[in-house]
Design a protein around this ligand. Structure first.
Ligand code: Q46
Ligand code: ZN
Length: 297
C-alpha cells in the first residue's frame, strides 16, 4: 500500500483492515457496540466484507438484501442474491430480504421503464427505491444505524462529481456519518477510507465469494468515468485520492459545507408510507408506484 508506505503479509493484513475500520467507526462516532446495525448487502465485495468485518469485531450486525429484479442477460440479481444468502448461511448471520417486485408489484427495470426519471437508465429509480426500502426496514425493525459498503474510490468519485459543479446540497450530505433526523435512519460508511483495491484484497484473502461483475446498468456511468480519471491521477501520485477525500473531511470539520441551506425545505411525513419527504403530498417513491399502477393496470 504505497499511500501508507506499508506492506503486510496475509495474516497481518487481515488484522489491519478490521483494526482500521474500528478506528474509523470510533473517530467519526458512527455507532457503539450496544447499537443494532443493519448492513445493506448487494453480494459485492465491499458490502460482504463490511458485514464480515463488523461481525469479526463483535458488533451486532444483520444484513439487508434488496432484490432489484435486474437480469442484464446474466441473472445479475439472482446471482447476487444467491451469494449473499450463501455468505449469511455460512456465517450463521441474520439476513432480511426485500424483493422489490414481490413487495411493490414491479421490478426496477419495469418501474424505470414507466418513469421519466433517468433518461432510459434505471439508476435514478433504483437509487430512490433502495433509499426508501433501506430507511423503512431500518426504522420498522428497530435498527439504530444503517451501514453501507462505500469505499474510498466511491467517495472520491462522488466528491469529484459534486465538486465539479460545486453542488452545495450534495457536499453538505457527503459524510462518513449522517445523523438520524425526522424519521431518517442514521447512515454510516465504515469503509470510506479504504481503497477499492484494499477491499478486493480483503475479500479474496478472507475467501469471501462475491459477485465479480458490476450491475449491467453501471456500464458507461459517470461515476465509472470519474473513477477512471482518479485512477490515472492516483497512478502518477499515489495517495492523491485519499488526500482529496481527507482534506474535504478536514474542511468539513472546520465548518466548510456543513451549514444547511436556509432555503432547503423542511421534512414532512408522507401520508401513504409515513416516511419523510420534502414536498407536500405523497413521497417520490409512493408517487412512482401509484403512477406505474395507474398506467399498467
Ligand atoms: S444497482 Fe441500481 Fe446501481 Fe444497477 S441500476 Fe444503477 S443504481 S448500477 S449501484
Ligand atoms: Zn411515501
Amino acid at each position: 500500500m504505497k499511500q501508507h508506505k506499508l506492506a503486510l503479509c496475509k495474516e497481518h493484513y487481515l488484522e489491519w483492515i478490521p483494526e482500521q475500520t474500528e478506528r474509523f467507526i470510533k473517530k467519526y462516532k458512527m455507532f457503539t457496540r450496544e447499537e443494532k446495525v443493519i448492513v445493506a448487502v448487494s453480494g459485492g465485495k465491499d458490502s460482504l466484507s463490511l458485514w464480515d468485518i463488523l461481525v469479526r469485531l463483535g458488533f451486532k450486525a444483520d444484513g439487508l438484501y434488496i432484490g432489484l429484479g435486474i437480469d442484464g442477460g446474466r441473472d445479475y440479481s439472482s446471482e447476487s442474491h444467491r451469494l449473499t444468502e450463501n455468505f449469511a448461511e455460512r456465517n450463521h448471520l441474520n439476513l432480511h430480504v426485500v424483493d422489490v417486485e414481490k413487495e411493490y408489484g414491479y421490478s426496477i427495470p419495469v418501474l424505470a421503464g414507466m418513469s421519466h426519471r433517468g433518461k432510459g437508465k434505471p439508476c435514478s429509480v433504483c437509487g430512490l427505491t433502495k433509499r426508501h426500502v433501506m430507511n423503512r426496514i431500518a426504522r420498522d425493525l428497530g435498527y439504530d444505524v444503517l451501514a453501507t459498503g462505500h469505499n474510498l474510490d466511491d467517495e472520491a468519485a462522488t466528491l469529484f462529481g459534486n465538486t465539479l459543479i460545486w453542488s452545495k446540497e450534495f457536499l453538505i450530505r457527503q459524510s462518513p456519518v449522517l445523523a438520524e433526523s425526522d424519521g431518517l435512519a442514521r447512515k454510516v460508511k465504515p469503509l470510506c477510507r479504504f481503497y477499492e483495491k484494499e477491499m478486493t484484497a480483503y475479500a479474496l484473502l478472507r475467501g469471501i465469494e462475491y459477485i465479480y461483475e458490476e450491475c449491467p446498468f453501471a456500464v458507461g456511468s459517470t461515476s465509472i468515468y470519474y473513477k477512471k480519471l482518479l485512477n490515472e491521477l492516483e497512478s502518477d501520485r499515489p495517495g492523491a485520492k485519499l488526500i482529496f477525500y481527507l482534506k474535504f473531511l478536514e474542511g468539513r470539520k472546520q465548518g466548510l459545507f456543513t451549514s444547511p441551506d436556509p432555503d432547503a425545505p423542511g421534512l414532512i411525513t408522507c401520508p401513504n408510507c409515513g416516511q419523510p419527504t420534502t414536498a407536500p403530498g405523497e413521497c417520490s417513491f409512493c408517487r412512482l408506484i401509484s403512477k406505474v399502477k395507474t398506467e399498467l393496470d
